[in-house]
Design a protein around this ligand. Sequence first.
Ligand code: NAD
Length: 255
Amino acid sequence: MSTFPTERTVLLTGAGSPRGIGRYTAGYLAERGWHVGLVDIDGDAAAATAARIADRYGVRAVGVGADVADRDAVVAAVDALEARLPQVVALVAFAGVASPVPYLDLDADEWRRVVSVNLDGTHWVTQRVARTLVSHGVGRIVGISSVSAQRGGGTFSRTPYSAAKAGIQGFVRSVARELGPHGITANVIAPGPIDTDIMGGTLSEERKAAMAADGVLTRIGTPRDVAAAAAFLISEDSGFVTGQTLNVDGGLYMH
Ligand code: NAD
């Protein structure tokens, strides 16, 4: 089984939004020596984030635009990143969209939008990156689910989001089984409510308190909580952990 190269790159999708988990995690990993490749539907935001990270942490960082639901766009984006960065060793697929629409009001377009970005998007980028990881015999894949998948919503998003995020758990377990013999691990992070803007805008203190009330801890999560979990799951030393879901949710769901 191959070891990690000294110069190694992590690819992150969904690293564009200013207060998002993906952008925070990109900086967190760069600070720990990872070169970073960023993909976001907002290509300008991805490029600007990459430029800031390169400047601040002295690593190589490149950001490009792509809709993760579009297979050809994902393949082109990963091709472009690979051409400009050291060996890709890890993927963390943060790109996702929320959906608070009640089930009985759901139309076909909303269902497809939410499932295609969250689930198809995770699949397309995983498949493209996995080809590279297999060629090197080493790699780490992290999918991003949600406690919504396990508890049937309950925070902001509803049915198509819960379904897509539950799908990511089954998807990653199967990928873990197929790619394990190639030296690749695949795991899932299931965050609880995290203080970003995805749940209909910046959270008020009242909303944060209400969301925290359900958990064991007395606060909602921060991007740093999720970034730390991602750093562990893509580390060389996490190599015997695969097919797992790590809840970063303050004890909202215990399994
Ligand atoms: P965010 O909205 O700040 O970030 C999502 C990012 O994905 C943005 O940069 C957005 O531009 C990008 N994106 C959206 N659609 C895309 C597409 N089609 N192609 C490429 N990029 C696209 O949200 P966040 O809170 O940082 O969420 C990050 C991930 O964590 C998401 O998958 C989300 O579902 C998941 N999550 C978040 C929470 C939470 O409470 N914040 C809880 C559980 C899971």
